[in-house]
Design a protein. Structure first.
Length: 147
């Protein structure tokens, strides 16, 4: 019997150095590889930085939970995007001290109460990335609802 890994319990990734600086090819499962690099002079700026990937991960985690709950509420969504900006610490380690997130949603039947409720669910229980940074990074979420 083949050993099937439950992705909800265990995730596996790998990176391989592909130049003489800091450019890596990263892959998870059978997905398309991504280029991960660092800015000049340590890297060649040939891919996403680790913190850019983290912002994308956080945004998609919040987006996934928000959309899942809005769809369970039978809400109509005709457009959805998240823009995130991370402000880094001045001193090492220079991880994020604040993340600003703006959710733009296009819908004719979603109101502010709906969105506040699902964002709160995402923060408090359903977005694992948020759970990992909560208490370490200030998160400022705003949203716009457009008909």
């Amino acid at each position: 019997m083949e050993n099937i890994i439950d992705k909800s319990k265990e995730l596996n990734t790998s990176i391989n150095l592909i130049n003489d600086k800091l450019n890596f090819k990263g892959i998870a499962g059978d997905n398309i590889p991504v280029s991960i690099d660092y800015i000049l002079p340590l890297g060649d700026n040939l891919g996403y930085t680790s913190l850019e990937l983290f912002l994308l991960s956080f945004s998609s985690c919040v987006g996934s939970s928000v959309l899942t709950f809005l769809r369970k509420m039978k809400k109509t969504i005709t457009g959805f995007e998240i823009h995130s900006k991370g402000i880094r610490n001045e001193e090492h380690p220079t991880g994020f001290k604040t993340i600003f997130m703006e959710i733009n949603i296009k819908s004719t039947d979603i109101n502010e109460d709906d969105l506040n409720k699902v964002i709160q669910l995402s923060e408090e229980k359903y977005c694992p990335v948020w759970a990992m940074i909560k208490g370490n990074v200030e998160i400022d979420v705003k949203y716009k609802i457009n008909a």
